[in-house]
Design a protein around this ligand. Structure first.
Ligand code: GDP
Length: 287
């Protein structure tokens, strides 16, 4: 659990918020991470470690299935990761460019992570939530049918680039195949692909196309379960177990631990930031 680890590092975190860039940032929710750290343990766990919270609803024999400890950073690690996502004069977080073809993508200067998912899965909302510490960043949304969809590149300081890929689904198979496939296959600095699955409905046919692509290109990828605030705990537990079983039995390249998130309650957002900081090589976690 988080609490024992919290005790060792909490004192200094609360004493040095400025060093961590935790002061006066306008969160979309009212919580700074220093405030999160002061929450009662149960509330903190729900917000920061939603998978751990779900574990409480499982029978003991099902618990190892959740892979809770595969990525298990301390609260200090998570607090440090926040600073990468906090816009300051020295850490510019900004929209870089859009591209329809890989030839027009920015240079391979930084490690890259990309977010893919069906239209309406909650991708823009998730990216906005990840960038809530840089509220001036505009996450562009282009949803009009027939409107050209592009890959949008965001620079996160000198640390990494985050790429918002066009949503796929019935309306956009061509965009997806032409653009996303080439990108996934050829992008040299792509460190990890985040494949978003709507926790309300689970893995859909269209998601399988993306999964097959990641598998075919032997990409390391991670499944992120969106909109977890919309379901009952029972439904969510069922989805998590089903998807984790799928990951364990049908995939090679998918990270065994799922990342449940909500762009409404911010549950899971801090942990996901920490994971991104970690896999882009910017944060060595103790976990
Ligand atoms: P995109 O097409 O994948 O970019 O999806 P959007 O981010 O635009 O979200 C699609 C719809 O789902 C919108 O109505 C959002 O308000 C809603 N939505 C997105 N994320 C969440 C979430 O975490 N919780 C809830 N309750 N609704 C969400």
């Amino acid at each position: 659990m988080a609490a024992p680890r919290l005790l060792s590092g909490l004192g200094c975190l609360l004493e040095m918020p400025a060093a961590l860039g935790l002061v006066s940032r306008p969160y979309s929710t009212s919580h700074t991470f220093a405030e999160v750290l002061r929450m009662p343990e149960r509330q903190l766990t729900k917000l920061v470690f939603p998978l751990q919270e779900l574990q409480r609803h499982l029978l003991p024999e099902s618990r190892p299935v959740l892979h809770l400890k595969t990525f298990d950073p301390s609260l200090e690690d998570i607090a440090r990761a926040e600073s990468f996502f906090t816009a300051t004069a020295r850490n510019r977080i900004e929209y870089l460019s859009s591209a329809q073809h890989l030839d027009h993508a920015p240079d391979l200067l930084r490690p890259e992570v990309c977010f893919i998912g069906r239209s309406n899965v909650g991708k823009s909302s998730l990216i906005k939530a990840l960038f809530s510490l840089a509220p001036e960043v505009e996450v562009r949304v282009s949803k009009k049918p027939g409107h050209t969809k592009k890959m949008n590149f965001f620079k996160v300081g000198k640390y990494f680039t985050l790429v918002d890929m066009p949503g796929y689904g019935y309306r956009a198979p061509e965009d997806f195949v032409n653009m996303v496939e080439t990108y996934l296959k050829e992008r040299k600095n792509l460190m990890r692909t985040f494949l978003l699955v709507d926790s309300v409905v689970g893995i859909q046919k269209a998601d399988n196309i993306a999964i097959e692509m990641c598998e075919e290109f032997a990409l390391p990828y991670v499944m992120v379960l969106t909109k977890i605030d919309k379901s009952s705990k029972g439904h969510l537990v069922k989805q998590v177990l089903e998807i984790q079983k799928f990951v364990a039995t049908k995939t090679q390249g998918c990270f065994p631990q799922l990342f449940p998130v909500s762009a409404v309650t911010y549950s899971g957002i801090h942990l996901l930031r920490c994971f991104i900081a970690n896999i882009t090589g910017n944060l060595k976690t103790n976990g």
